[in-house]
Structure formats: C-alpha cells, structure tokens
Design a protein around this ligand. Structure first.
Ligand SMILES: [Zn+2]
Ligand SMILES: [Zn+2]
Length: 267
C-alpha cells in the first residue's frame, strides 16, 4: 500500500491500518514507489522525491507506533523498479543500500515511458515479443538479489501495453521466470488490484498461479491500496482460489527476512 507522498494516493497511513484492523489483518507493509532519477520513470504525481525519503520513513514509523495499540504491525517497505538497463539503477541501488527496509518489492512497470522507450530502442515491436521480453526482464530482476517479491507479475497485460495477453502462449518464458523465483528463494506477489482493472483478473493470471503452485513458488499478498477503503480488497474473493490451487501459506518480510504464515481465513 501507498502514501500520499507518491502523489496519487489518498488518506493517512493510520487510516489504512484501521481498515486492516477491522478486517483482522494484523501485519501491513507500506510500499511507496521508490524515487528514480530518470524523468521517464515518472516523477511528480508518480513517486516521492529522494529528499522525501526521511519523511516517508518517519511517517511509516509514526504510523507503526499509533497502530500498535490496535494490534496492527506496520512495516516499512518500498516498491522498487525492475529495469533492463543497469545504468538507470545506480541511484535506486543507493537508496536500497542506504536505508534498512523491511521489504523490497520488484516491479517492472511496462506501461511506464522508461520501458516503452527501451522496447522501441531495442525494436521490440509486436505483442508476443513485448510479453516475452517483459518476463525475461522479470527473471533478470528475480536473479538480481535486489527484491524480496516480484510485484503484480503480469502487469504488462494492463494499460494497453499489449492488445492481448494469453499466458498459455508464453508458458516457457513465464515458467523460466517462476523457476528463477524458486531458485532465488524469493516470492511473487498476488496483487488483487488486478481485479479492479480492465480484464478483472488477479495479478498474476490464474493460469500463472497454477504453474506457480506446481513449481513451489512462494507468495506474498498485496492489495496495492492507494486509498484506505481498498485495504484487503478481494482477499476474501481470491482465497478459495488460492487454496484450490494448492497454496497453503503466505509470506511477509520483516528486516528482509521471510516469515511464513498459514493461509489466513478471510471468509
Ligand atoms: Zn501507485
Ligand atoms: Zn506497481
């Protein structure tokens, strides 16, 4: 979940924590968008500035103190970027190293001008090539050691980046990515915000979740809330599906250490 510092979220973090309490969720992690130097990643209205990081962390820690009496633990994470050009990652890596984070998400925002520029430059034109390159870059991200969980791992299907996304046509490259996640002992994120967009499916697509379950991929779960009322959105809806697919547990991170919990009951 996010804070107003990114410029496109509303509500105070304590309001998010209070909704979590009402839903019986006892740990939440704030993961605002990490500052990036290059304009093409989007700046004002997309992510906080680098000089706001201290403010961000204070906000999260103050919220943690306030939420404690209500039985909700609030952790301090960050949503970092996955990107194929290492030269663009230098300032981000400094931020990852400079602060102690509980949790680092790895997102390849395929709809961002930065990635669209990369695709054009590298002559990745048709949908099939775009989808394959997206999952190859996610795999590289998984192997980079930067991230604890790969977030909304099929976000390329949204925002008109490709006209259709049929995971079955890209099984090999998607399984390669999932295998890297298993080998690196990190997680993928089940992100319920997918159910609010366009094709109204969870991220990642249920077929990818079938492969993930079969391959032993571990899951974190996120609502990607940008407003308090979407905290825990659709957790109750997707839980039967996750159980049916054979997932028995979920994971979260404190001080970058993975913690396993039994699949909660949200029904
Ligand atoms: Zn956002
Ligand atoms: Zn994201």
């Amino acid at each position: 979940m996010h804070t107003t510092l990114c410029g496109h979220a509303i509500g105070a973090p304590i309001e998010y924590a209070m909704v979590a309490m009402e839903l019986g969720i006892d740990v939440i992690t704030i993961t605002c968008h990490i500052p990036m130097e290059w304009e093409a990643f989007g700046q004002e209205g997309i992510r906080m500035r680098r000089d706001q990081l201290d403010q961000y962390r204070s906000l999260v820690y103050d919220t943690a103190e306030k939420a404690k009496p209500f039985g909700v633990e609030v952790l301090c994470g960050i949503e970092a970027e996955v990107y194929p050009d290492e030269a663009q990652m230098k300032s981000m890596d400094e931020i990852l190293a400079e602060f102690e984070w509980d949790f680092v998400l790895g997102s390849l925002h395929a709809q961002c001008q930065s990635y669209l520029t990369w695709l054009t430059k590298n002559k990745v034109k048709d949908d099939a090539m775009r989808i394959d390159s997206y999952f190859r870059h996610l795999k590289d991200g998984a192997q980079s050691g930067r991230y604890d969980s790969m977030s909304h791992p099929d976000v390329i299907r949204t925002y008109g980046v490709v006209s259709e996304f049929k995971p079955a046509k890209h099984e090999e490259v998607i399984r390669d990515f999932l295998q890297a996640v298993v080998d690196e002992n990190i997680c993928i994120e089940v992100n319920t915000s997918g159910l609010t967009k366009g094709d109204f499916e969870v991220h990642p697509d249920p077929l990818i979740l079938d492969w993930a379950s079969e391959m032993g991929v571990k899951l974190t779960i996120g609502s990607d809330s940008h407003r308090p009322s979407s905290v825990g959105q659709f957790f109750d809806t997707i839980q039967p599906m996750l159980r049916e697919k054979g997932f028995k547990d979920l994971h979260y991170f404190r001080a970058r250490e993975r913690i396993r919990i039994d699949m909660p009951k949200w029904d």
